[in-house]
Write a protein that binds this ligand. Structure first.
Ligand SMILES: [Zn+2]
Length: 322
């Protein structure tokens, strides 16, 4: 399935797998460190054409970067392999682990992660493992696994052992991580899989919409794409949902871009307010004062300076070319 075919539920599932796998372990420490990792607050994914952008709250993307590097994620194929292996291991019932894989391990989905997986149950983006792949994993997590020569195969071996508490193995040292997929903006590189390097206190989905907006404005706008799709581990908080409702009307009126969001989302809304995303005023002021306000970077908890989401956007009159 090409990235352009993914829907919002597919992106919810990816976000959930990334969120859960990243928080399970410290992906920088050696295999001897089996300690449980620390919480990740948010992961959201956005699809534009054949490219995927992943954002987190605060600086959490740096930890996703280490997780991806450990699994050798560099393109769609290695991303999907990582998603499939992690999802299969995280969703496995504890009573199935020893019969199926010969080893018990603690990693599994939390309550909210299970809720997100249930919401995304119609997704076909992450397929089940074959019997051969389950046998491969069983062999990878036994006491003395065969150490492959290929570096990418070594990364998968190391990462699967890390996730399943299988511990150190003779002849296996931590392989060098694959290249970082971190990017600041849409046009910094052309990777299919991208991790948004943005530590500002906006919530993850607003960081993604900031990036989308910057593809449409500025010196060399990239106006080709007319749709974007977003999905995350959590449903947007009430403040972000209100900001997004205003934003989708503007980006449609101004640039004819449709935003697809998780539909009929029955998950409970996330809590807390982040900041509005920030774009320098001189890049957006030609679109009017409300657009400057949308991207002014202030606390995103008061909407008195923005038009109601149910009111039509009045676009500023363009000056006639002489
Ligand atoms: Zn929010």
């Amino acid at each position: 399935m090409p990235i352009s075919s993914y829907n919002a539920k597919d992106l919810v599932l990816f976000s959930t797998i990334i969120n859960s796998a990243t928080r399970q372990k410290n992906w920088e420490s050696e295999l001897s460190d089996k300690a449980v990792g620390t919480k990740v607050e948010e992961v959201q994914c956005m699809k534009i054409d054949e490219r995927l952008f992943i954002a987190c709250n605060y600086g959490e993307h740096a930890r996703v970067d280490k997780f991806f590097q450990a699994f050798g994620v560099t393109n769609l194929d290695t991303f999907l392999q990582c998603m499939r292996f992690c999802h299969a291991l995280l969703k496995m019932e504890h009573t199935t682990k020893i019969p199926s894989l010969g080893r018990a391990f603690t990693a599994d989905y939390s309550g909210p992660e299970k809720t997100a997986c249930t919401y995304a149950a119609a997704s076909t983006a992450v397929t089940d493992l074959s019997a051969e792949e389950l046998t491969l994993i069983r062999n990878m997590i036994k006491k003395n696994p065969t150490i492959p020569v290929d570096t990418q195969a070594q990364r998968i071996l190391w990462a699967v052992r890390k996730l399943t508490d299988a511990g150190v193995a003779t002849g296996l040292t931590k392989p060098a991580g694959s290249k970082s997929l971190m990017t600041k903006n849409y046009n910094t590189n052309t990777n299919a899989i991208n991790l948004l390097n943005d530590s500002l206190p906006s919530h993850a989905e607003l960081k993604l919409l900031r990036l989308l907006t910057q593809t449409k404005i500025g010196a060399s706008p990239l106006n080709a794409h007319q749709t974007a799709t977003i999905g995350g581990i959590k449903r947007a908080c009430e403040s972000c949902a209100r900001w997004i409702a205003i934003y989708v009307k503007w980006i449609k009126a101004q640039f004819d871009v449709d935003i697809e969001l998780p539909a009929t989302d029955t998950r409970t809304s996330a809590s807390g307010d982040g900041d509005r995303p920030k774009i320098e005023k001189d890049h957006v002021e030609e679109y009017g004062e409300y657009v400057v306000a949308l991207f002014n970077g202030v606390k995103n908890n008061n909407f008195a300076d923005l038009p109601a989401a149910d009111a039509p956007w009045v676009l500023p009159a363009q000056e006639e070319e002489q």
